[in-house]
Design a protein around this ligand. Structure first.
Ligand code: PBG
Length: 332
């Protein structure tokens, strides 16, 4: 026990837990709607949606439905949404050209949302996987995921997203040197105030399974992503990646997945004090929703507890599929 604590019974730590009012007074961390970024899936079509079986309660939305949901999210006080396209088979090619097309699904959605809810911040995903025939985040040549060649494509993708009106660019590809290249291109192209939230410490994780179903990449992915995403055994390496990305011009950094990597969130926040985010990924969402739907846990309670954990670990906010549900509870 630290010396500042008087011995029992002068100190009884239960005193401040006696009643709700005291627990409210001494609580160290709190979740607010301002902490939430809502990841959403977009599909082609009109006035329709497709439920994702491995993510109960989550659907791929056509752009018109997405715009309506974005307006609802903004009304709930959610500051930002993050767009992920479910691309058609024809959009997936070896050269990934759709990734930087001005009228691809994601860029069309950005314009539609900005038209209706301009004050809602829009985050995008920069990686080639939705447009790549083999499901990888970079170009593949003879089985190798090419770093430098991929960066050129990521820069074009970034500029197309900024042009469409994206507020926060989210490179999730884990190529080396991409943040600097993207930042230089944004500056040169007149997009000085577009933020970059780098997926700096992104692990090669089994927790992305349901997401790959959601974007239709599960069947497509050839091999795994271990030559670019991080080894789950590493922690110091996460700090080096974050430092590198900050030095290249990232405004915010992210740790992904979330709950299994709270130690990394804390270390990143302590080491750099930069705006730090976690991504509570699809597999985390699926575990909580699946158990709740079976009646094995109290879904709302576990959802809120899981989100509060990110605040306790030092995060400024969290990307979570629970965002609307959590916002509704917080607003009650
Ligand atoms: C792809 C990307 C992935 C996620 C976000 N962007 C999957 C992957 O790297 O294979 C995962 C999100 C989630 O699981 O919720 N660049």
């Amino acid at each position: 026990m630290p010396k500042s604590i008087a011995p029992f019974p002068m100190t009884r730590l239960r005193r401040t837990r006696k009643m709700g009012a005291l627990r409210d007074l001494v609580r160290e961390n709190e979740l607010s709607v301002n902490d939430l970024i809502w990841p959403v899936f977009i599909r082609e079509g009109h006035d329709d949606e497709t439920p994702i079986p491995s993510m109960p309660g989550v659907s791929r939305l056509t752009i018109d439905r997405l715009v309506a949901k974005a307006a609802e999210a903004y009304a709930l006080g959610i500051p930002a949404i993050c767009l992920f396209p479910y691309t058609s088979q024809e959009a997936r090619t070896l050269d990934c050209a759709q990734a930087w097309s001005a009228d691809n699904l994601s860029n069309t959605a950005i314009r539609a949302i900005k038209d209706r809810v301009p004050e809602l911040a829009i985050m995008t995903d920069v990686a080639l996987d939705p447009y790549n025939i083999n499901g990888h985040d970079g170009f593949v040549v003879d089985g190798e995921i090419m770093n430098d060649e991929t960066i050129e494509a990521l820069v074009k993708m970034t500029l197309a997203q900024a042009e469409a009106g994206a507020d926060i660019i989210g490179p999730s590809d884990m190529m080396d040197g991409r943040v600097g290249a993207m930042r230089r291109a944004l500056e040169a192209d007149g997009h000085r105030n577009v933020s970059i939230m780098s997926y700096s410490a992104k692990y090669a994780s089994g927790f992305y399974g349901p997401f790959r179903d959601a974007v239709g990449a599960s069947g497509a992915l050839v091999g795994d992503k271990k030559t670019y995403q991080m080894d789950p055994g590493n922690a110091d390496e996460a700090l080096r990646l974050v430092e590198r990305d900050l030095s290249e011009g990232a405004d915010m950094v992210m740790v992904k997945p979330g709950m299994p990597y709270l130690d990394i969130c804390r270390r990143v926040k302590d080491a750099f004090g930069a705006p730090t985010f976690a991504y509570q990924v699809s597999g985390e969402y699926a575990m909580i929703s699946g158990a709740a739907n079976n009646g094995w846990i109290d879904g709302e309670k576990v959802m809120m507890e899981s989100l509060l954990a990110f605040k306790r670990a030092g995060c400024n906010g969290v990307l979570t599929y629970f965002a609307p549900a959590a916002a509704k509870l917080l607003n009650e």
